[in-house]
Design a binder for this molecule. Sequence first.
Ligand SMILES: [Zn+2]
Length: 225
Amino acid sequence: MKALVLASGGIDSTTCLALAMERYGKENVIALSISYGQKHTKEMESARKVAEYYGIPLRELDLAEIFIGSDCTLLQGSSGEIPKTSYAEQLKETDGKPVSTYVPFRNGLFLSCSASIALSNDCNVIYYGAHADDSAGNAYPDCSQAFNEAMNSAIFIGSGEQLRIEAPFVAKTKADVVREGIRLKAPYHLTWSCYEGGEKPCGCCGTCLDRAKAFAENGIPDPAL
Ligand SMILES: [Zn+2]
């Protein structure tokens, strides 16, 4: 078995990578980091550091052009501000639609690209870090269990039953992800989650708040702070 891990430099994908390393071993894991026109390069830098930490190959891909025209607030082309409240607060204003930091069908695109790269590199499984907190309330619908199952079917059938996807945390909370990462000794000190590209994490965007809560629930300080 050989795994391709979608690595974004954050907590969830780094834990996925740690899990794939445990299951398949260093020589059977490759990482893929995709830039999508986000406002900063911090997460790409973290993905590089994490891949380097594990001593595995990292492939990088730039898909920024795909998102030209999107008003997603994470993207360089957007004039909108990144919200400084929790996802739960944001969802009160979205009328059932995803939050403003939802990048249009990002996981669908990333998994499709990953499938082509995985098949070209003899991988049988793709790991990615979707978890239940992100799909709650439809904040990020491309992190949901239904989406994951549908994409898995599409990739399994479309690859001639050679490749499947695995989202080990799709039914788990971010606190569960951190708990698993602690067990795996994931290099959280190298990760970056904040949507802003400051010197330090802003501490008040949706993902900073989520991250802080996950570490607090595990009773340990965030090693990246
Ligand atoms: Zn932040």
